[in-house]
Design a protein around this ligand. Sequence first.
Ligand code: C5P
Length: 233
Amino acid sequence: MVTDSPIIIALDYPSLDAALCMADQLDPARCRVKVGKELFTRSGPAVLEALHGRGFEVFLDLKFHDIPNTVASAVQAAAEQGLWMVNVHASGGRQMMEAAVQRLEQHRLTTHLIAVTVLTSMQATDLADVGISAPLAEHVERLAQLAKQSGMHGVVCSAQESARIKALCGDSFLKVTPGIRPSFSVANDQQRIMTPSQAMQAGSTHLVIGRPVTQSEDPMLALQAIEAELGVG
Ligand code: C5P
């Protein structure tokens, strides 16, 4: 099923059953879903097949980072399973990103390929520890531009960075943003949060939302409240 919703629900669960139990409470016409490292490592491609079988478009969030040929092959393997979106680390470099883009093009695969710039858990001191002395915001911009030049379709970024990345890389460059907290929800462990409408106004094209929906008593009601806030649905 194809949806034009900007909402991606993070299925952060330790088992296939738990993830599908949540997916069965959601509507594939009104959101996409994200599968991360823990769920995929435990359940493997079975979870992707099960979600596709239920009509969901799926973002596989494994953040590949390796030598160019290995990443290109992993991206190809993901895309051949019919995924909607897959990602790599921009810090893997130009050659790695170009190899992944070229591999998708060679095989006429239309999966969206995006890059993580700097993990939002990293601070300037963490960058300094790995030898990067540039200010964090500058490093994010540098990696976003490198991703764009390498042919990537967008980045994962904090909503705080969306406006600047939109100015540098354009409207159609995807800005996929976690750290979203609707006005009805609590922050959990997220630090620099934005509401869904603030993030969209800042230039985000997609919103990754986990606990505000998945830990709600009525996930579809929570999704509906977010849609109402965004004026969609
Ligand atoms: O529950 P919550 O809405 O905080 O979930 C956010 C999702 O986005 C989680 O899957 C988390 O791993 C992911 N994420 C994040 N911050 C990043 C990158 C990914 O919260 N910088």
